[in-house]
Design a protein around this ligand. Sequence first.
Ligand SMILES: [Zn+2]
Length: 360
Amino acid sequence: MEPVTAFVTNAPRGGVNKVRTEIEDDPGDLILKPVFTGICGTDRSIIAGSLSFPFNPPGSDYLVLGHEAICRVYDSQNSRYRVGDLVIPMVRRKGKCINCRMGRQDNCSDGDKREAGVTGKHGFMRELFPESSEYVVRVPDLGLEKVGVLTEPLKNVMKAFEVFDRISQRSYYPSDDYSMNGKNAWVIGTGSEGFLYSMMARERGFETYITNRHPIDENRLEILEKFGVNFMDYSKSPLESADNIDLLIDTSGDPSTVLRFASRLRHNGVLILFGTNEKAQSAPMSGSFIDHVVEKNISIVGSVDGAKMHYEQAISQLMKWHHSNGNSIESLITNIKTPENDNLFERRDVNNIKTVISWQ
Ligand SMILES: [Zn+2]
């Protein structure tokens, strides 16, 4: 393959460099060219060297960054894909366990999967890359070129709701009209994942609240309002307003915040842990909290990544939002940069939701 421009790190030590080089990679029947790649907290943490789990591909002394992308097919050896087709490359690559072999590497049972841009597989922040059609999901070319970059973060949400659907069946869960009307969902954290989780909870019929310990700007409040999601700054409002939680989703990874809100889960409530923060301060769990969880049949579950079907669900949902809410779904993308920009990966300002790199 010819030399390409790419953003690389040395995992897990960190750092970031823009290089122009020939990149050795797994072979694929497609060559993809990114349209947009997203930058997320994981990328910044990898660059900061604050995560222990990222590693370079075997035999490589660097790792190409990036796991959120929407691409066009640049070259195809597969009759099902034509040059110019719009696709999303998947993050996780199969290991050898049964879940991986079944296409559920999101539920890998031995940790042997690889993740593009994170663990042992080059990511998508480069001009061109080879890809196997096994790991791409097609996007209808209906104006989704920009919002499609949110497919990867949204597929995590779709997987978490699959988990919720399974777990909530342990008892009768809906309201007495067999809908989620009147049920309360709370989402901790106002980053892009928090936004997507809260928008999806609302979509599922929950009265939905998103919360953080600082105020958010007008732009973000306006987006939430359009999607019918309420915001609460919990450093200011008393937690009593967060009574009767039926579904609690955490995107912060902060133990004390999770415990505070989880102690307000109702009977048969569900807590989904999604955010991680290995550096977060620990918080003590009390006996009365365990009593609360046991006596009320509360389910606590972790959820990571998503399968191909969740990417497909995410694309359908983005298409629906794109057509029903005007450009408010686009407005989650607050910052568009190019590979030529300096300080691409600098800590975002608090009002930024999603920064993307345009590769056109
Ligand atoms: Zn596996």
